[in-house]
Design a protein around this ligand. Structure first.
Ligand code: HEM
Length: 152
């Protein structure tokens, strides 16, 4: 089960990365280009919101079955001194939760905004912040030994 979940979690990563980049670029273009906030813009932010929340659920299930998390949580004191165990048990999870909360706030704030320019501006700011946090916590292939994971 862990392998299937990890594959799903990995796949959802690409959905989030792609939707984050598209949303950020389109929000800045809309903001500075004084464009109209169209139904398509709302859909794009909805796709980002759905994939992020799906990832949150899959992440929690994975967290409860992951061998590396089990090793870490069996002795949290020791795990906090180990960069790899600390990453999987604490840093990855917390950063991603914060990133997903910011995506959620960004969508809510954009929906509440009265003008198209404010919608784009709020999305641009919140989604950029979420992107920085999420990208920093992804175990990219070039990350430190033990944390790095393959592309697929
Ligand atoms: C935007 C949200 C997230 C992204 C982009 C993301 C990305 C990733 C990626 C790329 C991997 C490596 C998959 C592989 O080995 O192929 C991974 C592993 C993992 N993630 Fe996430 N993740 C996110 C959120 C979360 C959350 C919220 C949790 C926990 C609540 C979580 C828990 C885990 C665990 C436990 C592993 C696997 C550790 C192991 O190897 O056993 N992730 N994540």
């Amino acid at each position: 089960m862990e392998t299937g979940l990890t594959h799903l979690h990995n796949l959802l990563r690409y959905a989030i990365v792609i939707f984050l980049i598209i949303n950020v670029v389109k929000s800045f273009l809309g903001w500075f280009g004084k464009k109209e906030y169209a139904a398509g813009d709302n859909k794009l932010s909805l796709f980002l919101f759905i994939s992020a929340h799906l990832q949150l659920v899959v992440g929690f299930v994975l967290y409860s079955v992951s061998d590396v998390v089990k090793t870490a949580t069996s002795d949290m004191g020791a795990a906090m001194k180990d960069t790899v165990l600390r990453f999987w048990a604490v840093e990855h999870m917390l950063s991603m939760i914060v990133g997903i909360v910011i995506i959620t706030l960004g969508r809510i704030m954009a929906k509440k905004a009265k003008t198209d320019s404010t919608k784009f501006r709020r999305q641009a700011i919140y989604f950029t912040l979420a992107m920085v946090i999420i990208f920093a916590a992804i175990p990219w292939p070039w990350a430190d030994m033990g944390i790095a994971r393959e592309w697929f």
